[in-house]
Design a protein around this ligand. Sequence first.
Ligand code: PLP
Length: 285
Amino acid sequence: MRRPTPAPPTWEDVNASDTRRIVRGPTQQASVLVISGLDPSGGAGFLADAHVVWQHGFHVAGTVTALTEQDSVMCSWMHPTDPSMVSNQIARLIDDFEIRGVKIGMVANRDMAMAIARSIKRLAESRVPIVLDPVLRATRGIPLLEGNAMQALSPLLSMATLVTPNLDEMATLTADHLAEDADSMRQQARRLRQFGPRAVLAKGGHLEGEIVDVLVDEEGDTAIRGQRIEGVTPHGTGCALSSEIACRLAFGAPLREAVIGACNRVRLRIAEARAVGRGRPFLGL
Ligand code: PLP
């Protein structure tokens, strides 16, 4: 028996654009510069920073200081990129764009830190806010900064508006024991501030009980308290917090207000954490 011949497929032309003539000049958009490592999982590093910057309505421009091999379970490998490429990339962006804020995350090694410091000098001199998250190691996995941490980060510490160490990072940078309460966090933050940053935000997320972060700047010391959200801390929380602060400062918010607002926002995102992979959760959107 012969099968009936199928009908030929239809072919239609549609016009997807509006028939009116569209005349629109470009609108000006300011940028926040992100300098951090690439975590392919998107939970931390450049992709997570970019997410925050877009949410604030800035254009995100930036460069990648290192490639990493990681997923939601762990980080097992990192490879710094070329410092001269990074400084050339930054120099071109600074010449071209209106940069209102800078977030620096993983810098991988001292050569990279020096290259970044040289290329953002002009921004620091014109008082563009610079937030440095002194990333030393992955919560689950390998070190993300080579060599002596203080030696590596010192070129950037001296030009940062704010540095945001967690308890481990602060203990390493001040060559001290792990702070156990708000008072010892405050002492260590003050010592770290002597290396040049305008302010230090010591993050106490790993303390027992109530969460307290301590902000130390020229106006005095502030304990920022918050309720602990039970459960595993999502991957990339430090990256998101420092990017949030950089964006708020880029809008012109005073430091204290920017930090408190950012802490609140990140706590909300922790409360809405999502399981994307098999390992640690990622922050809510
Ligand atoms: N990978 C990159 C590129 C990072 O910048 C960071 C932290 O800043 C991490 C991994 C580690 O994130 P976490 O310690 O939250 O897992």
